[in-house]
Design a protein around this ligand. Structure first.
Ligand SMILES: Nc1ncnc2c1ncn2[C@@H]1O[C@H](COP(=O)(O)OP(=O)(O)OP(=O)(O)O)[C@@H](O)[C@H]1O
Ligand SMILES: [Mg+2]
Length: 372
């Protein structure tokens, strides 16, 4: 794309031009750029080398208390941040769906674990992440500057990975550190992904897509986000967040299994596995739970349908209704015929992370702070 081509994408109802879209000069060779969609269910990374990675947003307070005989078999990893120790990986995750999650130590550790899993130990990062639309904007369209700044600052706080254990001496692990972090509304990231096209020939802006009125529905774990973009501005009256998502289905299924089989407790990892296999093994016997899953999903779909119609109506004035988020993959059959002009984006769980990376690479002005 020519460097002088400008994109005037705005995030507020009152338009203000964005800086020109330019391919960034490599300021420092060691900087790694990525889009980070640190969701309540899964943490997704989009890396400039084309890799897309997702890990469950799963960690808990305290040390694992496990000694690994062989480093290759280590599945639980420990981290320290602000004097508190956490375990991440194959642990029963603490619930992430609480209001302060995005500014918590739990969030920092899960993100650091995702970065380590992507092989980014010791690297200096420039990244863009997101907040749900209602956490980003007030109802009048003003940005929630304090909440945005708090989220930005949170990931700049240090997280120290504990040395990898093995039969030999423990091997120290360097943290990945964040030098630049900007936050954008989550579903709007998917819009950037849709309008900025990358191919082997280069980067271009799809003018038809930029000018058309488009709705994005991001079905996530805790939230379902709606953004309508028209004339390169967010239409706040038709945008918002519903506090419903696939984690509600998970919670309902956990409760249903416990009630059906008279269990006092059920680990988060077992519920996740039961949902994947549609079955749970108890007292040596497999039990089919597909009906429980169907009922829980059905209730969520009903709520989503009502909110979608409330915000978007029949969608007649919209050029396209784009479904993104992992929930769009999980509920693909159920949401298949809501609008004649709808589309489930390819690899929908990664649409936001891809858009965040494109925003970082081609739209925003990077002002890194290398002081640690
Ligand atoms: N390809 C897939 N098929 C089926 N389910 C999927 C797929 N990808 C993701 N999911 C599920 O969709 C759910 C929502 O995923 P997503 O990553 O969009 O949530 P999130 O971004 O973490 O949540 P939130 O947006 O509320 O913070 C998760 O429970 C995930 O397991
Ligand atoms: Mg999400």
């Amino acid at each position: 794309m020519p460097k002088d081509q400008e994109i005037n994408i705005v995030q507020d109802a009152t338009k203000h031009p964005m800086p020109p879209m330019t391919v960034p000069q490599s300021q420092t060779p060691t900087v790694t750029r990525l889009g980070l969609d640190d969701g309540y269910a899964d943490t997704k990374l989009a890396l400039a080398d084309g890799r897309l990675l997702a890990i469950p947003s799963r960690a808990r307070l305290g040390q694992a208390g496990v000694t690994w005989m062989r480093e290759a078999e280590q599945t639980i990893f420990e981290y320290e941040t602000q004097g508190t120790i956490y375990s991440a990986g194959a642990v029963d995750g603490e619930p992430t769906h609480f209001d302060g999650y995005v500014t918590s130590g739990l969030n920092r550790v899960i993100v650091q674990h995702a970065l380590q899993s992507a092989g980014l130990a010791g690297q200096t990062l420039h990244l863009v992440s997101g907040l749900p639309v209602r956490a980003f904007y007030r109802h009048d369209g003003q940005r929630r500057t304090e909440a945005i700044a708090n989220k930005c600052d949170n990931l700049k706080l240090p997280v120290r990975p504990f040395p990898r254990q093995g039969k030999q001496r423990p091997r120290p692990i360097l943290p990945a550190s964040v030098a630049f972090h900007e936050v954008i509304p989550e579903a709007l990231a998917a819009w950037y992904d849709y309008v900025i096209l990358t191919s082997q020939e280069g980067v271009s802006l799809d003018a038809d897509r930029v000018n058309a009125p488009i709705a994005i529905v991001d079905i996530g774990g805790r939230t379902t986000d709606y953004v309508v973009v028209q004339d390169q501005g967010v239409v706040h009256g038709a945008s918002g967040s519903l506090n419903r998502g696939l984690l509600d289905v998970k919670q309902q299924i956990a409760q249903g299994i416990q009630d059906t089989f008279g269990l006092d407790s059920l680990s988060e990892q077992r519920v996740a596995a039961a949902m994947t296999h549609q079955s749970i093994r108890l007292h040596g016997k497999a039990h089919n739970i597909s009906e429980l899953i169907q009922i829980a999903q059905g209730e969520l779909v009903e709520r989503l349908y009502a909110e979608t119609r409330r915000l978007l109506g029949q969608g007649a004035e919209l050029d396209r209704v784009l479904f993104v988020g992992g929930g769009s993959a999980a509920l693909a059959k159920e949401i298949a015929n809501w609008f004649p002009n709808q589309q489930i984006i390819e690899q929908p769980a990664f649409a936001n992370a891809r858009g965040m990376l494109k925003y970082l690479q081609y739209v925003c002005e990077e002002q890194p702070n290398y002081g640690r």
